[in-house]
Design a protein around this ligand. Sequence first.
Ligand code: NDP
Length: 290
Amino acid sequence: TNCKSVTVMGLGPMGQAMAGVFLECGYAVTVWNRTASKADELVAKGATRASTVHEALAANELVILSLTDYDVMYAILEPASRNLSGKVLVNLSSDTPEKVRKAAKWLAGRGARHVTGGVQVPPSGIGKSESSTYYSGPREVFEAHRETLEVLTGTDYRGEDPGLAMLYYQIQMDIFWTSMLSYLHALAVATANGITAEQFLPYASATLSSLPKFVEFYTTRLDEGKHPGDVDRLAMGLASIEHVVHTTKDAGIDIALPAAVLEIFKRGMENGHSGDSFTSLIEIFKNSIR
Ligand code: NDP
């Protein structure tokens, strides 16, 4: 078999970008997608269209999945599960670590090996070595295919637990979405006051770029479970976020986002943390009874 050969299943924006860079790097690429027409452009560039899931699996040992989520993987592979033996499935679809662990077991039961991937870039970052993807699963399987995977992005192997790459992916997305929504919310308040996104850009960027310094400062304290109020106190933070909520209201902008933050500060106060750092709120998160 051709050692520079791969199957890509799922041709959304991500899968299309992936199959495209494999072709550019001289790989023999077999593609499959539920909506077959999404393969047309790739086929014109030299990809082989698999007309069935069975054909797609039969073409290569290494099969890359780029699907909406893991339920889609079952929808596609369950009817073809007799064809999975000996395959290596590198699943670059997003889902929860728990679902990934179950899927790895499901595949192992059918003689296939699973490598989890969490891609940290949009389609435009595929094919760039400075981009990064978390991987986890059997180390020797990852190592055996590392060179091929590095055609897509740089690799960051996190460990044997199949859920681990997904866990890293999701905790990054946790930061990404809450930060980006905080930016959008602040921009809504800004524009209600006649400030454009363009005018806000250097200020928003400065605030976002200051965050690593805070994260570094609090890291040791957080690992030690210490939240001294020597540089910031929760009571001060509470007053500050109240000012944000009121500024939002005065601008006629929805308060749901800062109000949620305010509610968490209040719970910290009720739990006796008023003189501690705002980092004591991590105890509120840990003791969630929901
Ligand atoms: P899309 O949701 O656009 O593509 C999903 C693929 O799943 C399509 O090929 C689609 O087929 C297929 N699919 C969905 N439902 C079914 C089904 N019931 N049966 C068969 N096939 C199905 O996603 P993207 O390409 O944007 O992303 C793929 C994965 O990568 C996702 O998990 C996403 O979270 C992750 N990701 C995406 C990033 C991005 O910027 N786009 C960045 C990082 C990660 P069809 O064409 O027939 O609908």
